[in-house]
Design a protein around this ligand. Sequence first.
Ligand code: AHM
Ligand code: MG
Length: 335
Amino acid sequence: MTLQADARLTRGQNLTSIQSYLLNEEARHPGATGNFTWVLSAISLSAKFIAARCRRAGIEQVLGEVGAENVQGESQQKLDVIANESLIRCLGSRPAVAIVASEENEEPLILQEAEPGCERPYVVLFDPLDGSSNLDVCGGVGTIFSILHHDRRAPNAAGSVLQAGVKQVAAGYVLYGPSTVLVMTTGHGVQMFVLDPSIGSFLLVNDDVRIPDGHRSYSVNEAYLQSFPEGYRNYLEWTKHNGYSQRYVGTMVADVHRVLMKGGVFLYPPSDKAPKGKLRLLYEANPMSFVMEQAGGKAFSGTERTMEIQPTKIHERTSVVMGSPSEVDRVLSFL
Ligand code: AHM
Ligand code: MG
């Protein structure tokens, strides 16, 4: 084999860890301080920790409610709490993070006041363990994260957190399934990494994830059908006569990941139970919308582009329509 053929062969087979990927990206931006790379590496470290705990969940008896006691009389910690603490601890050691806001905490946590001249420019929002009720049945769960620039002019921490999704610097999710997959965007396409547990590294498997168009599939909790607004009901009725299939795990990360890989649409409409929708705008809908749009998809709240909504509350809810562009357009045409 000639040297040239050899180079061609290895080019497509190079192993790139998430760390080397981030360092490479940093090198391409001459003004980069490295702070951003540290933040993402804290998230990947935490994801490895959470993945390991999820794998051993049944063995370590960490399933169940906080406050319950295990057979030794020790108090049990629910995995939501463990995942939340893991993210806070990993991010807390990074000087670039000023504030974190989590589904598990009522108020944002100020890790350190941003002093003049001090480089702590990021705010990190996350849902530490999305779909955690699926853990009890060994179903897929996930972590969702959104990274914003810290707004030093904001009057308080909440003010810096309440930014529209279009201001996100990066976002992504980790799916703890049969393998652990980390999908992220920094606004330059979508990259996908898979954790190789034997070496403890997230390895790049796709540096340009694109959502397929034209797949006749939808993901929604149809048990609430009767209380969905009429447009959603009409769309779902229309699918019954047009050869669609339906898939629903009940973990947003798992359901959206499937749509991202295969195409179709994920829906969480308003219902009697959740009149404004159930999913949280800042740390569920916005980061997933950023990924979806960067992969060529669309994401709407039903009436407006999700990432253009100006949030007014940290735990604000929104309805969600996201997926392949033509399928989202079709849903919107029914609304
Ligand atoms: P959680 O963040 O408390 O786990 O709740 C969010 C989850 C999403 O992952 C999922 O899409 C949705 O709740 C499922 O809700 P439902 O059981 O109403 O279908
Ligand atoms: Mg969630």
